[in-house]
Write a protein that binds this ligand. Sequence first.
Ligand SMILES: C[S@@+](CC[C@H](N)C(=O)[O-])C[C@H]1O[C@@H](n2cnc3c(N)ncnc32)[C@H](O)[C@@H]1O
Length: 239
Amino acid sequence: MGPTEPGIGKKVPIEGMTENTFYSGGANYWATQEASDNGMLGGLGHLSEIEIQNSEQFLKSVLRLTDPPGTSRVIDCGAGIGRITKNLLQRYFKVVDLVDQDPKFIDRAKENLKDIAQVGELYCSGLQLFTPNPKTYDVIWCQWVLCYMTDDDLIQFLQRCSSALLPNGVMIIKENTTRGNAPDVDESDSSVTRSFNGFLNIFKAANMKVLQYVKQKNFPRDLYPVWIFAVKPITSASD
Ligand SMILES: C[S@@+](CC[C@H](N)C(=O)[O-])C[C@H]1O[C@@H](n2cnc3c(N)ncnc32)[C@H](O)[C@@H]1O
C-alpha cells in the first residue's frame, strides 16, 4: 500500500508539526472544551439522542451476527464524559471500561456514572499510548476519537485492540468521513477526518476485515457523513 493512498497519509497529517505537537494540539483543544454532551458533540448536544438510537440499532445487528460477540465486557475508547457508556453500552454489557486522555473528562465520567454498577476501570491515556488488556473484550467501541491519531499510530492501535478481543470479539468504529477520497486536516484541534475508503485502507493495513457498516441517519446534511463500522481481526486465509 503506497503512502499516497487515501487514509494512509503522511506520518503526521499537519505540515510542519511533529508527532508531539500534533498530539499536544489535540489534547490542548480538548482541555478547553466543556465537560458536557454539548462539549463532546462540538455544540450539537441536541443530536445525542438520535445518534445513540442509530448506534443502538447497529449494535443490535452486530449482536445478531451468526458468530456474535459476547456481552461480558466492552471498552469505550475516547469516552469523554461517558455519554455513550451511560446512554448505550451499560444497557448491553456486564462490564464497561472507559479510556480518555483528558483527566477532567475522566473525573466527570466518574461522577456521571457513579450509580451504574456495570462501570469497571477508567483509564486516563492517549489511545496512541494505550494497550488494552489482552483477550479481555467482546467489543471495543471507538467513536469520534480516531481522527486524533496519525495513520501509523491508528494502525498499531487497531493491532493492539485485535489482541485485546475475545473470540468473536469486534471493534465498533464510528467516525466522521470526508465526501471524497482525500482526508481533511483541521489545525484548530489537530484532527484528520479520513474518507470512507481511507478507513477501509487503514483496516486492511491493520489486518482487519469489515463485517458490517452503516451510515448515520437523520443528521444535518451540512455535517460530515458519519459511518459506523464493525471490524474484526483476520485470523485465517478464508477470512
Ligand atoms: C468528540 S469527543 C467524543 C467523546 C465520546 N466518544 C462521545 O462520542 O461522546 C472526543 C474525545 O476524544 C478524546 N481524545 C482526543 N484525542 C485523544 C487521544 N489521542 N487519545 C484518547 N482520547 C482522545 C477527547 O478528550 C474527547 O473526550
